[in-house]
Every structure is written in C-alpha cells, then in structure tokens.
Design a binder for this molecule. Structure first.
Ligand code: PBG
Ligand code: ZN
Length: 318
C-alpha cells in the first residue's frame, strides 16, 4: 500500500520534491546570420525563426539577453559557395564579421559557433570531395582554418559538427598553436544521420547536392558506437560533447552521461521544433506545455545544456 498522492497535494509540495528543473542557464538559442544590411528572412519550415543580417541580429540578441539569454549558437550563411568552402574561413566572412560585432557590443554573451563546411561548399557536403568521396584527411586542415578564423574573431566556444574522424584533436592543436588556449570545444560528438534535420537544411540552404551524409554521420541504430565517439572526443580534448538529435535519442543522452565526465549538450533540432510548431498551429496540442515537457525530458535524461529553437520562448515561459 503506497501513498504517492501525499506528495502531490499542492503546488508547493510538488515544487519541493521536484527532481528536475529547467532554468535559464540550460538553454542555448541557435541564430542564422546572412550578409547585407537590414535583412530579415522568414524560414517557412521553421515558424518563428529568421535569418538576420548582422545589424538586425544584434538587436535580436539584445532582446534575447534582456530576457535572460546567456549563450547563442551561430550559423553563417555565405553569399557565395564554392568547392573549397573559401567563405567558411575568410577573415571577412559573414560569420567572422558577425562574431566581432557581437563580442564588441555584448562581451559577456557566450558565442558558440558551428564549425562545418556544408553551408559553404557548392556540393553541400561537410567535407572535401574527391572522386565522389568525402576525404577525411583533406577536410581536417580546412576545419582547423575555420575554427581558427572563428577564434580570431572572438568566438568563446567552437562547435565542430562535421563528424570527420580526429577533428577535435586537430582543432585543439591548431588553437593551442596560435595561443587560443581559452577557446573551448563543444564537439558534436554523437551526431546521427537524421531525417529531423530537414527544416535546418532549408534554413541554411545546406542540403547535399547528391547522396547523403551516412558515410560520416552516425547510424541511428547504434548506441555503443555513441559511447566510443563521445569518449574519443573527450580524449582528443573536447571540453563538452553534444548528442543530436535529442528526443529520439534520450537513451543515448542517458548512457553518454554515465560514460564521460564532461558537460553534455543535447541539440533539440529543427525537425523536433517544427513538429511541435505544426501541431500547435493546428491547435492539436498546447505549444508551451509540450515544449516545456519535451525540454524537461531531455534534461531528465541527463543533458546539462539544451540547444533549442525554443530557447527565447522558454525564457518567457519559466
Ligand atoms: C551542419 C549542421 C546541421 C545541423 C547543425 N549543424 C545539419 C546537417 O548535418 O545536415 C542540424 C541542426 C538542426 O536540424 O536544427 N553540419
Ligand atoms: Zn555540415
């Protein structure tokens, strides 16, 4: 005979015995930066999310900080793409310019930058292609150049999302060699080849022109491999590791939490966001309650941080 309901009698007692809390320190908002001035673009498959030119981005960040926002994950969308991803590591690139402006106006705001080549390559893959194959060794030097250019512009945390082998170690060495010892690495260590990235690829115009990403991103069927990926990246020098997507991979978040001792981030990705949005637009679910319950579940599974397109709303809701 149990009496579970005794501790559920009132809001006060429920709050006292609550095991998991979602706070303003847990969420990170992704931002998309485009070239030009006074530009704001909607993304049809991601209601409520926009692409901003850096001037308007600054005002958006100001609002976000006023609401209690502490950190953002930034994606640059270049005006032109090529086979060398040259805009990804240009000193005057869209993301490098934006980082400098953000850190100048908001020095305390934590700037995390996505390091990948897919949005900058004309073929849309995350690495260098030769004979229709993504070549790991030729990709690493480019990723190091991208990471360095972000660090030079003032990024606090570099987040490589390409899923090439050995890139965390190489990037760590490249940063240290240029004296960026305080620039941290948040590795997309456990990134699955997921259909949930669809809306993001609309937003970033980064869908591969041919094939898919299955030779570098993880097979959704594999869990033991996730532990190896996370442990390897920690050995190579990752300060934090990420699991992505989140909701279909709560078991992975839980297991990685037990397997490594660095902070863990989970990426509640574009498709996960847009599904809630779409159902809410149809009035089939309560958006706020479903979003909060979802993010609480991700925390309960073991995530210390959650990257989510709902971050700015969460700040208003909690
Ligand atoms: C780039 C990258 C992707 C996402 C983050 N960084 C897309 C991909 O791998 O195709 C997905 C984010 C999201 O869906 O919200 N490699
Ligand atoms: Zn990529």
């Amino acid at each position: 005979m149990s009496n579970f309901r005794r501790l559920r009698q009132s809001p006060t007692i429920r709050e006292l015995v609550r095991e998991t809390h979602l706070t303003k320190n847990d969420v990170i908002q992704p931002f998309f930066v485009i070239e030009g001035n006074k530009k704001i673009e909607t993304i049809p498959s991601m209601p409520g999310i926009h692409r901003y030119s850096s001037d308007l981005l600054l005002r958006e960040i100001e609002d976000y900080i006023k609401g209690g926002g502490k950190a953002g994950l930034f994606f640059g969308l270049p005006g032109k793409k090529d086979a060398k991803a040259s805009q990804a590591y240009s000193e005057k690139g869209v993301i490098q310019n934006a980082i400098r402006k953000i850190k100048k106006e908001f020095p305390e705001f934590l700037v995390i930058t996505d390091v990948c080549l897919c949005a900058y390559m004309d073929h849309g893959h995350c690495g260098v292609i030769e004979n229709d194959k993504i070549v790991n060794e030729k990709t690493l030097p480019l990723l190091c150049k991208v990471a360095l250019s972000h660090a030079e512009a003032g990024a606090d945390i570099i987040a490589p999302s390409d899923m090439m082998d050995m890139r965390v170690g190489e990037i760590r060495r490249a940063l240290d060699a240029q004296n960026f010892r305080n620039t941290a690495i948040l590795s997309y260590a456990v990134k699955y080849s997921s259909a949930y990235y669809g809306p993001f690829r609309d937003a970033a115009n980064s869908a591969p022109a041919f094939g898919d990403r299955k030779t570098y991103q993880m097979d959704p069927a594999n869990a033991r491999e996730a532990l190896k990926e996370a442990q390897q990246d920690v050995l190579e020098g990752a300060d934090m590791v990420m699991i992505k997507p989140a909701v279909a991979y709560l078991d992975i978040i839980h297991r990685v939490r037990e397997a490594v001792n660095v902070p863990i981030a989970a990426y509640h990705v574009s498709g996960e966001y847009s599904m809630i949005k779409a159902a809410a637009e149809k009035k089939w679910i309560n958006e706020r309650d479903v979003a909060l319950e979802t993010l609480l579940g991700i925390k309960r599974a073991g995530a210390d941080l959650i990257i989510t397109y709902y971050a700015k709303d969460i700040l208003k809701w909690i």
